[in-house]
Design a protein around this ligand. Structure first.
Ligand SMILES: Cc1ncc(COP(=O)(O)O)c(C=O)c1O
Length: 400
């Protein structure tokens, strides 16, 4: 591998060799540890993005790294032709902690969603139910099934056709949902806390409407917990903040702690919908990724989820104080636990750039929302550091 001497050199090489689809930060990384990322130039950044909600245990967590190395030395890939204990142990932990009956492992969030849609479609086809409903502001991945229940034109334009019998409705609009649901509705897919959509919670009244309609029309609820799940909101799932148990859950991101791992969890009544051979993957449930997942689960239930709750509360309080100081800039503090959003009255992208100049990494979502997704091991001191940087940026904006 070439050893680059500057971020600029790496940026130029990327521009020559790779599809230009990512809006990257202008940083090439040399090293990352805990909540810090160090650039090739030696600049140290505070990571309030966690690889977009992936590095739940931060970077280089010793027990995570140790488990990965040990598993890689033992066996790195066998295929799902074999029984592999890391997979089974992680599935057991998920079943035990969530009450779901069955687990299927994928490599990513979008693949988990494809599997969930296939499972729902097969369940629905046996009952004459064919329609799937998604919501505006929802994000489920970049594959065709996921895109078919998403609205944002940037992700879809010119790439038609998408799946038939897929409907996209406004989020949190109970009336629109009532008008759309009927006996052919097969499944409703939602993020109970929308991430890419701007850190927006489902309203309790909307969730009640979904449950009421489910009672009446018998469809499946699929919860996309890829971003908000795995302890990020201080509870294992974001829907744990409501009195609801979806039929199917998709997970990814945080559950692998940095390795590519996704999962579909299904309730007991769905355990026989798939027979052998009906779904599968070569890499899904990779033993190294599952070894990482086991450590993530143990750490989450060993105190990290409590940290997400407590430090999340502290972060929220800090953000609300900032909102009081800069009401003309910060319109609303959103989110829960360590999934926070600041709805701004100004575009978020320049604020992210200013934060970066102050060595704090966050990102912009839904144009005017600053999204903060620190590792779940983040400390109050690190939250203070991020708050100080944000305060400084707000001061800078107010005076320019
Ligand atoms: C809620 C949600 N679902 C699904 C996905 C897709 O996951 P992946 O990028 O691993 O395919 C994402 C990714 O950002 C997400 O935030």
């Amino acid at each position: 591998m070439n050893i680059a001497v500057s971020s600029q050199e790496v940026i130029e090489r990327e521009q020559k060799a790779m599809f230009q689809v990512y809006r990257r930060l202008p940083i090439a990384v040399r090293h990352a540890s805990g909540c810090r990322i160090t650039s090739i130039e030696g600049d140290s950044y505070l990571d309030f993005l966690s690889g977009i909600a992936v590095n739940a245990l931060g970077h280089g967590h010793p027990r995570l790294v140790d488990a990965v190395v040990r598993q890689a030395k033992s066996f790195m890939h066998l295929s799902n032709v074999f029984y592999q204990e890391p997979q089974i142990e992680l599935a057991e932990l998920l079943v035990q902690h969530t009450g779901y009956a069955r687990v299927f492992f994928s490599n990513s969030g979008t693949e988990a969603m494809e599997g969930a849609l296939k499972l729902a479609r097969r369940w629905g086809n046996m009952r004459g139910k064919t329609e799937i409903i998604g919501f505006m502001g929802g994000f489920h991945g970049r594959t065709y099934g996921a895109l078919s229940i998403m609205a944002k034109p940037l992700y879809k334009d010119g790439m038609e056709p998408f799946l038939p019998n897929a409907l996209i409705l406004p989020f949190n609009d109970s009336e629109a949902l009532r008008r759309a649901v009927h006996r052919k509705t097969c499944a409703i897919v939602l993020e109970f806390l929308q991430g890419e959509g701007g850190i927006v919670f489902a309203e309790p009244e909307f969730v009640n409407t979904i449950l009421e309609l489910q009672e009446q029309f018998e469809f499946l609820i699929i919860a996309d917990e890829v971003q908000a799940g795995a302890g990020r909101t201080g509870k294992f799932f974001s829907f744990d903040h409501f009195l609801v148990k979806p039929d199917i859950v998709t997970m990814a991101k945080g559950i692998g702690g940095g390795l590519p791992l996704g999962a579909i969890l299904a309730a007991e009544h769905l355990e026989d919908v798939w027979a052998k051979g009906m779904h599968g993957t070569t890499f899904g449930g990779n033993p190294v990724a599952c070894a990482a997942g086991i450590v993530v689960m143990r750490e989450l239930y060993g105190g990290v989820m409590r940290n997400a709750r407590e430090v999340g509360c502290y972060l929220r309080t800090n953000m609300m104080i900032l909102q009081q100081q800069f009401p003309a800039i910060i319109e609303e503090v959103r989110g829960c636990g360590l999934m926070a959003g600041l709805k701004l009255s100004v575009p978020a992208a320049p604020v992210v750039e200013e934060l970066l100049k102050r060595f704090v990494i966050a990102n912009a979502t839904a144009d005017t929302v600053i999204r903060l997704l620190p590792p779940l091991i983040v400390t109050r001191l690190e939250v203070d550091e991020c708050t100080a940087a944000l305060q400084d940026v707000c001061k800078h904006i107010s005076t320019t």
